[in-house]
Ligand binder design. Structure first.
Ligand code: ATR
Length: 277
């Protein structure tokens, strides 16, 4: 049988860890396949997607800034893509390009893995309302939470996001954070605060209840200042790297036909790569 080929497309795409993750699984599972990086200019993404059925690729991942264009271009979308408003995974079915989104699945699988029991809670606080926050809110609601508060520096963006989800989701400006913290069972940082050496905190962990679970979708650094403060306060924390690893699972299984595992070995491999760059 011919080699199965998949890709990640983005712009820029050089920093993507997806080739490392999928390459590890291909080797581990002994599959005759490849996974390559393709840099595509925004002006070329629609033609690239339209040409996929005759490209020889089984499918691939879509990353920044193409997730919305991919959403608009595919012939069919799965329910996750509809809920998140973006496509990060492509595959071909009956000669048509289909799109899915695995970000919410990755977020939930990471917590299932590292904080089992997180679904048996009621109330979440999501800090930030950018692109990633929509997948996070969708995942939390799918897990059965009764209430999600979104806070954002730009309140109108939080409101736009809340409006997509209905009455369980409420929008606030950042001034509401302090009053929302004491009632939060789960807090998720989706802002860029704490990324790449930034030391600012998106919220003061002192006001959280003792049982609160704190997670960050940022994974560079692995332990963000927010997670460090939460740990120091004795709270359970989960870093964002697992979301990256788990969101890759459904695409790999679809293209290459075997379900890969997120292991400590894979985690260590990606951490070594993050440390080296
Ligand atoms: P996206 O995810 O859409 O690319 P982003 O620019 O990466 O968006 O920002 C992600 C989130 O971090 C947003 O909620 C952003 O708040 P705004 O919507 O008000 O821009 C938040 N954010 C970024 N820098 C911030 C800062 N210095 N203080 C507070 N929030 C900030």
């Amino acid at each position: 049988m011919a080699e199965i080929r998949a890709f990640v497309c983005g712009h820029p795409v050089a920093h993507s860890r997806s080739p490392l993750i999928h390459g590890h699984w291909l080797k581990e599972l002994g599959i005759d396949g490849s996974y390559e990086r393709i840099d595509i200019e925004p002006s070329d993404i629609r033609a690239f997607i339209a040409g996929l059925p005759v490209s020889g690729f089984a499918g691939g991942n879509v990353t920044i800034p193409h997730k919305e264009a991919a959403f608009e271009t595919v012939s069919r979308r799965d329910g996750e893509a509809e809920a998140v408003g973006a496509v990060n995974t492509l595959w071909i079915e009956n000669g048509k390009v289909c799109g899915g989104n695995t970000d919410a699945i990755g977020f939930a699988a990471n917590l299932d893995d590292r904080a089992p029991g997180w679904r048996q809670r009621d109330r979440a606080l999501v800090l930030g309302a950018g692109g990633a926050a929509r997948a996070v809110v969708h995942a939390i609601l799918s897990a059965g939470y009764m209430r999600v508060d979104i806070t954002n520096r730009t309140p109108a963006r939080a409101q736009e996001l809340a409006d997509l989800f209905g009455a369980k989701v409420r929008a606030h400006g950042n001034e509401a954070v302090d009053t929302l913290l004491p009632a939060a069972d789960l807090v998720v940082n989706t802002t860029s605060l704490g990324m790449d050496g930034d030391v600012s905190l998106p919220a003061d962990v002192a006001a959280l209840p003792d049982h609160a679970l704190v997670t960050d979708i940022v994974y560079v650094p692995l332990e963000t200042p927010f997670l460090r403060a939460a740990s120091a306060r004795g709270l359970k924390t989960v870093d964002g790297l697992g979301m990256l690893l788990h969101q890759a699972v459904p695409g790999f299984e679809r293209w290459f036909g075997k379900r890969p595992a997120v292991t400590q070995q894979l985690r260590d491999l990606v951490i070594a790569d993050l440390d080296a760059h």
